[in-house]
Design a protein. Structure first.
Length: 490
């Protein structure tokens, strides 16, 4: 269902066709938070993956490349602020699109609050151990500060927030890559392939797959370029390149960092070092002395950049849902000058701050981070699997003349199969302990409610789904107004 042509649709417009490939690419890269992901997300995999951590990360990379390929193949057809739910609606029908939208509004809005808690915990730790500011409840100050910074970045021009993403993302990657290479050269005589041997994990493959769960958490965000489909120049080329390119480039970066970490900490001492407090800051001290400050700045920078990208992605989808009549109409408004979905940004910032404070007060910032992240992972995996199925169906039916068996069948199936394993281990084989285990029930409950609600809407309010497939903005040449660059934007 095409709906009305984009030119005649009445809605508040974003700043269409205003950002190029670097900004769109780093929207995905910074959403993955390379430095913070290595330091705190992949870090959670260590107790299970142990010295086989690079193997868990490598499998997560393969799964995410498969999913990224499927997403990219649909992104080149349907540029939309709706991103993933538009792809599902166009490939599998409005019912699937509605379910993906429901799943999305759990996992994407959770990213900013768990990052705020991560930032609060990291700052609290370094201020107490390195600066001597011993107020134990200070984490909430840092949560409020980060929320304010991200709000100011995202509320104004998309060109400002995405250009900030390029600068912040390049800094964190450079610091962590440099430290990783330093550790490898320092231990050149000890390097071997044991980090890719599953026998080094707890229970062999069991530990590898369980470690893969949080390795996938580190990849969440490679699809974040998709909701910028209306603000990107030439989105049919730009968005697919950003989605696939970010998954490949940052995935290889993760493998490099995790491999270097095993030997930088000492193979036999790795688990002890990697499960201590802030292990990458400690690595910075060992190899760079006072250069640990650069490592810590890269981590904090990474968290802020990730939250910036997450708010951009979440608010564009809420804007799109409101435009489709599936969310409160106010969320579809844009700022008259900045052309950002300002109401959605205000709502998202308030939600992120409130949830971070509530969970942080209830369980502490570190446990709270783990709980929210655990709730998000299985839901986003399910979305990746649904969109992968959509790619297969779309190119074997409606676009069969364009079918490429590798891109449209083999890789999406590979992603679906690989994503099954972390779900199985998280829910059945080796679920986490309480209180983190409660997050599994949140994810499961949200999914079940979504299925029931989807069936109800399909039966009783199908008219609500009439616009969910619509692509409102085509890949046109930008107007003179849209191409006027902001300061520092090429």
């Amino acid at each position: 269902m095409e709906g009305a042509p984009a030119a005649t649709a009445r809605f508040d417009h974003l700043r269409e066709h205003s950002i190029g490939l670097p900004q769109v690419l780093f929207q995905s890269i910074t959403h993955m938070a390379p430095a913070a992901a290595v330091a705190y997300s992949i870090f959670i995999s260590v107790p299970d993956a142990r010295q086989a951590l690079p193997l868990s990360v490598g499998l997560a990379l393969i799964a995410c490349i498969c999913a990224a390929t499927a997403i990219g193949q649909l992104a080149k057809l349907y540029p939309s602020a709706g991103g993933m739910y538009t792809y599902a609606a166009r490939s599998l029908g409005p019912v699937a699109g509605f379910l993906v939208a429901w799943l999305f509004i759990l996992f994407e809005p959770l990213v900013a609050p768990f990052l705020s808690l991560e930032f609060g915990w990291a700052m609290n730790d370094v201020m107490q151990s390195e600066v001597g500011f011993h107020y134990s409840g200070q984490w909430w100050i840092w949560v409020v500060l980060m929320t304010a910074v991200v709000f100011l970045l995202t509320y104004r021009d998309i060109r400002l927030s995405t250009t900030a993403g390029v600068i912040l993302g390049a800094f964190e990657i450079a610091i962590f890559a440099a430290l990783s290479l330093w550790m490898l050269f320092s231990n050149a005589g000890d390097l071997n392939l044991q980090p890719f041997n599953p026998s080094n994990a707890v229970g062999d493959w069991s530990g590898v797959f369980k470690g893969m769960v949080f390795a996938i958490l580190a990849f969440i965000g490679f699809e974040a370029a998709a909701p910028l489909g209306e603000e990107a120049r030439h989105p049919r080329r730009t968005v697919p390149r950003a989605v696939v390119g970010s998954a490949v480039a940052i995935g290889l970066f993760y493998v490099l960092c995790s491999y270097a970490w095993v030997f930088g900490a000492g193979f036999d001492q790795f688990v002890k070092q990697a499960t201590g407090a802030d292990p990458w800051r400690n690595l910075g001290k060992v190899f760079w002395g006072t250069g640990w400050i650069l490592v810590f700045l890269a981590i904090c920078n990474s968290i802020v950049a990730n939250s910036n990208a997450a708010v951009n992605a979440a608010t564009r989808v809420f804007y799109s849902l409101a435009r489709n009549g599936l969310a409160p109409r106010a969320l579809g408004r844009t700022h008259p000058e900045f052309k950002t979905p300002n109401v959605a940004i205000i709502w998202m910032s308030g939600f992120a701050l409130a949830l971070a404070l509530i969970v942080g007060i209830g369980w502490g910032p570190l446990t709270g981070f783990g709980m929210i992240a655990t709730a998000a992972v299985p839901v986003v995996i399910l979305v990746y699997m649904i969109v992968s199925v959509g790619c297969i169906v779309h190119y074997t039916t409606e676009r069969r003349s364009e079918l490429n068996p590798l891109l449209h069948v083999v890789l999406p199936i590979g992603g679906i199969v690989l994503f099954f394993f972390p779900l199985y281990y998280q829910f059945f084989k080796a679920p986490p302990t309480y209180p983190v285990k409660a997050a599994n029930w949140v994810a499961l409950g949200w999914t079940v409610i979504g299925i029931v609600l989807t069936l109800w809407v399909t039966r009783n309010r199908r008219d609500r789904l009439r616009d969910i497939e619509r692509v409102y903005v085509e890949d046109d040449e930008p107007t003179a107004d849209d191409t006027t660059p902001a300061i520092g934007v090429a």
